[in-house]
Design a protein around this ligand. Structure first.
Ligand code: FES
Length: 170
């Protein structure tokens, strides 16, 4: 679950090309159905990996959902993303145990190393940095997860080494 929320003012790139035809079946599936807002957003996100603005507009037009309601839901629920993500999502735990073990410093070190802020994606689309709630391995605090891999007892230097290795192996 994401802890930091996306800034609603921070809208996706409006010029990015996305294939809206991929949404046609989703729209037909949910047309006229009550309570379709969340499932239709989930389906759109499954298709694109995030919720592009063009998808919002098409869904709104086709299903008669208000854009403001759609953005309200998309920014409220942690599962939704308004921006594309990188190839690797670095989840830094900011749960209680990790917080106590200075997870903040870990995030700051990763921000410095990657040249992005929490919630952002590197220019080469290789990494997205995210603060999340407890990852369920508190005895290893502070913890980060990249893909299925968990890294525990970290400090900024160790995290930077992991990133360096991943860049080398790509
Ligand atoms: S608080 Fe970080 S893994 Fe539980």
């Amino acid at each position: 679950m994401r802890v930091s929320r996306l800034d609603t003012a921070e809208m996706p790139d409006k010029t990015a090309e996305i294939d809206l035809s991929l949404l046609v079946d989703v729209i037909e599936k949910y047309r006229g159905k009550k309570g379709n807002l969340i499932p239709v957003l989930q389906s759109a996100q499954d298709i694109y990996g995030y919720l592009p603005e063009q998808a919002f507009r098409m869904i709104s037009k086709e299903l008669g959902l208000k854009l403001s309601d759609m953005y309200g839901v998309a920014t409220f629920y942690a599962q939704f993303r308004l921006n594309p993500v990188g190839k690797n999502i670095i989840k830094v735990c900011h749960g209680t145990a990790c917080h106590v073990q200075n997870a903040k410093a870990l995030t700051v070190a990763l921000e410095d190393n990657l040249g992005i802020k929490d919630g952002e994606t590197t220019e080469d689309n290789m990494f997205t940095l995210e603060s999340v709630a407890c990852l369920g391995c508190c005895s290893l605090a502070p913890v980060m997860m990249i893909g299925e891999e968990t890294y525990g007892n970290l400090d900024g230097k160790a995290a930077a080494r992991v990133i360096k290795q991943m860049r080398k192996n790509r």
